[in-house]
Design a protein around this ligand. Structure first.
Ligand code: 5GP
Length: 181
């Protein structure tokens, strides 16, 4: 299927499931060079969007890791609200631990610009970010992004965990919007 319709919008396939699987495997190989089971990292996947990416990515790791899902939200419909809500109560103890933050997409960068500074006081040994997607033309913050899957144009995308108002997360490919106003 290379076109899907959600409500009044049409989306066309932009990255196939096979493209994504290949890139996730190579990201996993890159990350495997940086971590060991002697110092097992905590992987924090930002919900909701990163749940599928995180599930696939962490199964590429050949080191031991602890996976934590953390609810963070800033988007309504197709817009970033700029107000980032973080469920700090669900955060694990990061004292003296390496931490990998897994994101589905970095768009404005508002989410990471709000979240990353809060980690400074948590005693982590290191913090690196892995995002499947990055929109270089939308980003508004100077962020250190260690691992990026794909740089994409500044267009709204769905699938592989990414939604439009709660729909489309289960699509195996990533689709970009065709008829945005
Ligand atoms: P940022 O804070 O970098 O602007 O955006 C972060 C979050 O906004 C992402 O984790 C994702 O949930 C949502 N987001 C940003 N761009 C898109 C997009 O193109 N499609 C969808 N479905 N969500 C997006």
């Amino acid at each position: 299927m290379d076109v899907v319709k959600l409500g009044e919008y049409q989306f066309k396939e932009y990255l196939s499931a096979a493209d994504i699987a290949r890139r996730v495997a190579s990201l996993g190989a890159e990350i495997n060079k940086d971590y060991t089971s002697e110092e097992p990292p905590i992987v924090i996947a930002l919900l909701n969007g990163a749940f599928i990416f995180a599930a696939d990515l962490c199964r590429q790791f050949d080191f031991e890791c602890q996976l934590q899902l953390l609810r963070v939200s800033s988007y309504e419909g197709m817009e970033s609200t700029g107000k980032v809500k973080i469920d700090h109560a669900a955060e694990p103890d990061m004292t003296d631990r390496h931490v990998i933050i897994v994101e589905d997409i970095v768009d404005t960068g508002n989410t990471l610009a709000a979240y990353l500074p809060t980690l400074k006081s948590k005693g982590a040994k290191s913090v690196r970010v892995c995002s499947l997607l990055l929109k270089p033309d939308a980003i508004k913050h100077d962020l250190d992004l260690a691992y990026i899957g794909f740089e994409i144009p500044n267009e709204f995308v769905i699938g592989y965990g990414l939604d439009y108002n709660g729909r489309g997360r289960n699509l195996a490919s990533i689709y970009s919007i065709v008829n945005a106003d």
